[in-house]
Design a protein around this ligand. Structure first.
Ligand code: FCB
Length: 441
């Protein structure tokens, strides 16, 4: 059965940050620091999903999706990131999962979507190898409680984005600016994935996945320099995270002046590369890369983002290139061959400046065109031999878009953040029709 779903993440929708014993996460800390988030927004209330979850599941039921990808808030389960679980936190996800099952919506639970308990960050966060082991303990708690009803587990969401924005550039929590010294955060997240996968399987988990953010990389020109730069970027964005999982080794990082990752210990790669039941892919847009301009200050990185032009753009300014998804899927198949497990597109969507018109309706025709194009790209990739088994739209509803606050609306459902009123957009009605009438294999 092809899985049609919507995706969300805990900190982006739940709110209720101090309810029922939840501890602080790095996103609570970060969002409350002046100047971090556009317009000073925070996820304190967000979509108040913690209290309105039942209404939100009803919306999914009416949409006709057969799966829902949500993430579990680690600090609700373990307020300090370690030790005894918080019963009220587990009970929340218990209720949510029961309601999904009652509506025949397959729960796909992401274990970590960036909201690390602050207490673990205080001990070094993902720069500390212990965090990988804590993730595995937490995964075991979840599998024990929810594993009888959750068939699909996604250990991590986009470790690349978390490493780069959170640890290298500091535009996301925890706001560290370590540049290339952030690389240990890649290895410790991947190791955490492997250890969590073992813990999940020890509790009989049915399907274990990880979700990587992937982008097709286009050289800005035919020059050898631009090709080399594109290859270096591809290594960092795509291969650094896919190669160890699928091939059991790290790619050559010499373009970054790195010969070995010295945090890697004997046996780690075997843990990371254990077989996956699926690879989650989040696709938003391709990336065009040029060689860094030569100059007196030698560039710190071996590439430069040259920008993609000539395509429509989203409110975020991201280029809309549906065929990039087909290119990406075929590229993965070409690169990894039989080592590529079934693929699930666990996020894809666009932000638009959606507001209700005078009649109260939200007419997001550009989102309909976006989804139509990307679903077409998946259909084409399947026809060309890629085993794609699911498609999750980011996102069910408008929510807290990290550093952008509530300024980027990605939802199929509009949220009025002053009143919490939910209004399904035109794209929601369109998708319901599409799912009902155009099944994918
Ligand atoms: C992805 C994140 C998700 C959302 C979308 C727009 O990188 O996983 O939480 O913010 O981008």
């Amino acid at each position: 059965m092809f899985l049609w779903g919507t995706a969300t993440a805990s900190y982006q929708i739940e709110g209720a940050v101090a309810e029922d014993g939840r501890g602080p996460s790095i996103w609570d800390t970060f969002a409350h620091e002046p100047g971090r988030i556009r317009d000073g927004h925070t996820g304190d209330v967000a979509c108040d999903h913690y209290n309105r979850w039942s209404e939100d599941v009803t919306l999914m039921g009416s949409l006709g999706v057969n799966s829902y990808r949500f993430s579990i808030s680690w600090p609700r389960i373990q307020p300090e990131g370690r030790g005894k679980p918080n019963e009220a936190g587990l009970a929340f996800y218990d209720r949510l999962v029961d309601e999904l099952c009652a509506k025949d919506i397959v729960p796909a639970a992401t274990i970590f979507h960036w909201d690390l308990p602050q207490a673990l960050e205080d001990r070094g966060g993902w720069l500390n190898r212990d965090t990988s082991h804590h993730l595995a303990d937490y995964a075991g708690i979840l599998a024990e409680r929810l594993g009888d009803r959750v068939p699909m587990w996604i250990t991590l969401n986009e470790p690349f984005i978390h490493m780069v924005f959170g640890y290298a550039l500091g535009t996301h929590a925890p706001g560290r600016t370590l540049f290339l010294d952030a690389l240990p955060a890649a290895h410790h997240q991947l190791l955490g994935h492997g250890l969590a996968a073992q813990a999940l399987r020890a509790h009989g988990a049915e399907r274990v996945l990880i979700t990587n953010n992937c982008t097709p990389v286009w050289p800005a020109s035919g020059s050898a320099e631009d090709h080399r730069a594109a290859e270096a970027y591809d290594t960092l964005h795509n291969r650094l995270f896919n190669d160890p999982l699928l091939l059991g080794k790290y790619p050559d990082l010499s373009a970054y002046g790195v010969s070995t990752l010295d945090v890697v210990r004997d046996g780690d790669l075997e843990v990371i590369a254990q077989p996956l039941d699926g690879l989650g892919i989040n696709y938003y847009n391709p990336t065009r890369i040029a060689a860094p301009a030569p100059g007196p200050d030698s560039a710190p990185l071996p590439f430069e983002d040259a920008g993609v032009s000539g395509y429509p753009t989203t409110a975020f300014g991201w280029p809309v290139v549906p065929d990039g998804l087909r290119e990406l899927l075929l590229g993965l198949r070409a690169r990894y061959g039989d080592a590529l497990p079934p693929v699930y597109v666990t996020e894809n969507g666009c932000s638009l400046a959606d507001e209700p018109g005078q009649d109260g309706a939200v007419d997001d025709q550009a989102r309909i065109a976006f989804l139509d194009g990307h679903i077409g790209a998946i259909r084409a990739a399947i026809a060309e031999g890629v085993d794609v088994r699911g498609y999750y739209v980011w996102s069910l509803m408008d929510n807290f878009e990290w550093a952008e606050g509530f300024n980027q609306r990605f939802g199929l459902v509009h949220v009025d953040f002053a009143t919490q009123k939910r209004t399904p957009k035109a794209s929601y009605h369109w998708l319901r029709e599409r799912i009902a009438t155009h099944p994918l294999p």
